[in-house]
Design a protein around this ligand. Sequence first.
Ligand code: CA2
Length: 145
Amino acid sequence: MKPIFVMNGPNLNLLGLRQPEIYGRETLADVEASVAALGRELGVAVQAMQSNHEGQLVDWIHEARTKAAGIIINPGAYSHTSVAILDALNAFEGPVLEVHISNIHKREAFRHHSFVSARAEGVIAGFGTEGYLLALRRMKSLMAG
Ligand code: CA2
């Protein structure tokens, strides 16, 4: 069974270490552990990755073309700027779900638009780090049907 890639973009390595009022107190390692545990419960393989570099995220999305069944992605600030990540996702054939920890629509206007949303089957925003778990459950449904 191919894994679901759970990809996090720039600055998300700082989760839990700064700005807990926006992003909560869980670290990225905590989130990845919860996602892995839910993956075991659901019988879905999960591979987590994080990079601060746009090109690295693009390369992993290319890798996903042959190695992943689906992509759950929080592109961080690249959501609002990166046509390159959108183009890479458009070359991936499986389901894509976009996650934002914060409610980007309640924040500054420049966060209201995400290039990635044009490709995603669904978008979760403002559910905190629980959004990753909701996305994994949804991914399992998408893979089943
Ligand atoms: O809400 C989200 O998940 C975001 O994708 C997070 C990005 C932000 O640029 C997007 O607009 C919304 C930023 C991630 C920064 O993460 C930090 C976590 C802790 C401390 C500092 C930054």
